[in-house]
Write a protein that binds this ligand. Structure first.
Ligand code: XLS
Ligand code: NI
Ligand code: NI
Length: 439
């Protein structure tokens, strides 16, 4: 078979001292952390759209990265892209990938062409999957790129857009089922508004819920056992997106009774855009039993866009992985590198280097998160901080057996005493000490 990346070898773990750009320094897939291998903790997925399609285009300039795969004819190019993607995934040791319908196919201007091309290309991908053992994380439909979705897809004021989105989602679900995906994502790129002055928000939200319900009904009727995810993002491309952040998406899920089928797919960069940390978003999902999957990337906060850099910040990844460990892992999802190269990172080695650095960042983050838990100082500090609810009146609050009157009596008899310190600076220092031990 033709090699698309002849200068990229099979990427091996060489340890922290290695200076080899094309080797893992920290991601050692069989190494055990808290009883499970790194590969079991970190179910890495390859995001087809960024890794195989993104050519460096931005709003100021055309592409800088060659994504033609040496083919001029559209169908041959889509197939070569699949070959190249699987070559790269195998070399990097990926076990999963994720896609949008349009990522896999040649340009497909009409819905019927897209349907036909997707059916063809998923058959082609299936051969690669059977050959390599690489599995599908999740599939999705791109119902934000085409002009037909300029006013929204499942929240469009126009039936024609709504029906078109339904058509794409049905076919993307069929593709996900055919490739045995573990989940299906809804990211609402155009599900929001540009101005309230032309928007019936109540109608749009009800219609969105009706859309999700139809998708669940269809998917289940075809034997789909996986998880549906909502991927929150506050804005960009629209000025306001309805699935703003984890809390907003959860209240939507609960209001419309979707919690048996839906969980959240949370993305690092989207958390930043919403004014949150990634660990905040994961905490919110986890405590509500709705943590599904993760889109791994890094926000360049000085820029303020969805820049989707490869993860590089060990501290932030560690605090996120701490949440994942506390959740007992990511039972329902994967860690999908929704990460793309910078525009000047334009040669054939860069994708591999991006993934290596991202995977190493997650390996370090996982190890640090495990150290934080094993060290125990942070968990026991939190435990101690709430200890006044363990006995006496505090225990009655927790049991729901006290009253405002009883609390009033207690408060009136209190002697004013200074409250303990929150010790935030000390807790921050613990993270640094654990992270840099041995330096
Ligand atoms: C865009 C989103 C997108 C989703 C899938 O910001 O992150 O890539 O993950 O549609
Ligand atoms: Ni994403
Ligand atoms: Ni994103």
């Amino acid at each position: 078979m033709k090699q698309f990346y002849p200068n990229i070898p099979k990427i091996e773990y060489e340890g922290a001292k290695s200076k080899n750009m094309l080797a893992f320094k920290h991601y050692n897939k069989d190494e055990k952390v808290m009883g499970k291998t790194m590969a079991e903790h970190l179910k890495f997925a390859f995001a087809y759209w960024h890794a195989s399609n993104y050519d460096g285009t931005d709003m100021f300039g055309t592409g800088t990265i060659d994504r033609t795969y040496g083919e001029n004819e559209a169908r041959s190019r889509a197939k070569a892209k699949a070959d190249a993607s699987f070559e790269l995934m195998e070399k990097l040791g990926f076990e999963y990938f994720c896609f949008h319908d349009v990522d896999l196919c040649e340009p497909s201007p009409t819905l019927s062409e897209l349907k036909e091309n997707l059916a063809y290309m998923t058959n082609y991908l299936k051969e690669h999957m059977d050959r390599t053992g690489i599995k599908l994380g999740w599939g999705t439909a791109n119902v934000f790129g085409a002009p037909r979705y300029k006013h929204g897809a499942a929240t469009s004021p126009y039936l024609n857009s709504y029906a078109s989105a339904a058509c794409q989602v049905k076919n993307a679900l069929d593709a996900t089922i055919k490739l045995d995906g573990i989940g299906y994502t809804f990211w609402g790129g155009r599900e929001g508004y540009e101005t309230l002055l032309n928007t019936d928000m109540a109608f749009e939200l009800d219609n969105l819920a009706r859309f999700y319900k139809m998708a669940v009904e269809y998917g289940r009727s075809k034997g789909f056992k996986g998880t549906f995810y909502i991927e929150p993002k506050p804005k960009e491309p629209t000025m306001h997106q309805y699935d703003f952040d984890a809390s907003t998406a959860i209240s939507f899920i609960q209001k419309y009774g979707l919690q048996n089928d839906f969980k959240l797919n949370l993305e690092g960069n989207h958390a930043s855009l919403a004014g949150h940390t990634f660990e905040h978003e994961i905490r919110v999902a986890r405590i509500n039993g709705l943590l599904g999957s993760l889109d791994a990337n890094h926000a360049e906060t000085t820029v303020g866009w969805d820049t989707d850099e490869f993860p590089k910040d060990v501290r932030s990844v560690a605090l996120s992985m701490y949440e994942v460990l506390k959740n007992g892992g990511l039972e329902y999802g994967v860690i999908n590198f929704d990460s793309k190269l910078r525009r000047p990172s334009s040669d054939e080695l860069d994708n591999a280097i991006g993934f290596i650095s991202g995977m190493d960042t997650f390996a370090l983050g996982l190890k640090l998160a495990a150290k934080i838990i094993e060290d125990g100082r942070i968990d026991s500090f939190i435990e101690e901080r709430y200890s006044s609810y363990k006995e006496g009146l505090g225990a009655k609050v927790v049991a729901g057996t006290t009253t405002l009157e009883e609390l009033e009596q207690y408060a009136l008899n209190l002697e004013e005493q200074p409250l303990p310190s929150g010790r935030q600076e000390y807790l921050n220092a613990i993270i640094n000490d654990l992270m840099c031990e041995g330096l």
